[in-house]
Design a protein around this ligand. Structure first.
Ligand code: HEM
Length: 296
């Protein structure tokens, strides 16, 4: 039931452009609105919007305005805690993330639940929104913006976008015991960064690793499957990986099969903060004259 045209209208600037490092998150915020907080949670929705703008976009993606959000985030968390404290524990299971954090068992304060809600909003909206920007940008640059684009092509486009530009560009683990990694000593308790971005570009695993080639996903090797980590690995792996990919495929298909796009970059390199975002610039979408049928 997502109304793409009106959501795109709301996130497009007055020059008809979708600004990189902003538009994906703003669109995905709208796409997931019912899953984050039901419309009846008016105050919570206002606070979530403030959090998305002042922290997810400003700190985690753009990263220029740390001071302002350092004042804002605690205030938003306090507001969320106050609102959550007023709500009863849901009895019929979780309908949205608000129910989910309210229903968690254990001795959690409203502030703990508010912090968890913020973390879930960052994951839901931040990671998915930035990945959507990559997928649409690369899709346009490689000719996927056509009514003829198929579901299978979009699946491979999403996979390849997350290989070359993994939004979560590194994973963090804490060493359980002292040990050596490739000749380097790691002490117990030290943080170890796993460079997903570098692993995804290893010439030992990928043929012409720097080339954007979605067709490589037609028959990936076992080594490629093993070293593909956009959602992490093991105990800490993203619990939403299947769901996030489905949402991305759905949104990317909705956008690319019904629009022609034009991308303008002002810098060449990706923008690296907490998340790996597309270079500064914008994307312009023009409705395609003849729409193909959607396989969804
Ligand atoms: C393209 C979208 C997404 C990407 C690339 C992504 C990526 C990741 C990565 C790399 C991790 C850390 C995994 C590890 O350390 O091994 C993670 C954790 C997590 N993600 Fe996602 N994620 C995405 C979407 C989502 C969505 C939609 C949700 C919805 C709630 C979500 C919820 C979480 C949670 C709760 C964790 C923490 C798991 C834990 O610490 O046990 N993610 N995600």
């Amino acid at each position: 039931s997502f109304d793409l045209d009106s959501a795109l209208g709301e996130v497009t600037d007055r020059h008809g452009r979708l600004r990189h490092q902003h538009w994906g998150v703003e669109l995905v915020r709208r796409y997931f609105a019912p899953a984050i907080a039901h419309r009846r949670h008016t105050e919570i929705n206002v606070l979530v919007d403030a959090y998305v703008t002042s922290s997810v976009v400003a700190d985690d993606i753009v990263g220029h305005v740390l001071r302002r959000s350092h004042r804002t985030v605690p205030a938003i968390r306090a507001g969320l805690a106050e609102q959550l404290d007023r709500l009863p524990t849901p009895e019929d299971g979780a309908q949205d993330l608000v129910d989910l954090v309210l229903g968690l068992p254990g001795d959690l304060t409203p502030a703990d639940r508010a912090q968890l809600l913020q973390r879930l909003v960052l994951s839901t909206v931040g990671f998915t929104g930035v990945t959507l920007e990559w997928v649409v940008m690369l899709g346009i640059q490689h000719g996927y913006d056509t009514p003829a684009v198929s579901h299978a092509q979009i699946q491979r486009l999403v996979r390849e976008a997350l290989r070359l530009y993994p939004t979560a560009w590194r994973l963090i683990r804490v060493a359980a015991t002292a040990h050596d990694i490739a000749g380097a000593r790691v002490q117990e308790g030290e943080h170890v960064l796993i460079g997903t971005h570098a692993i995804h570009r290893s010439a030992a695993v990928w043929d012409r690793p720097l080339d954007f080639r979605p067709s490589r996903w037609e028959q990936p090797t076992d080594a490629q499957r093993r070293s593909y980590l956009p959602f992490g690995k093991g105990d800490g792996m993203c619990p939403a990986n299947g769901f996030a990919v489905k949402a991305l495929e759905h949104l990317a298909h909705l956008i690319l099969h019904s629009h022609h796009g034009h991308v303008r970059l002002r810098t060449r390199k990706p923008h690296v903060r907490t998340l790996l975002a597309p270079p500064t610039g914008w994307t312009r979408l023009t409705p395609a004259p003849h729409e193909g049928s959607s396989p969804f």
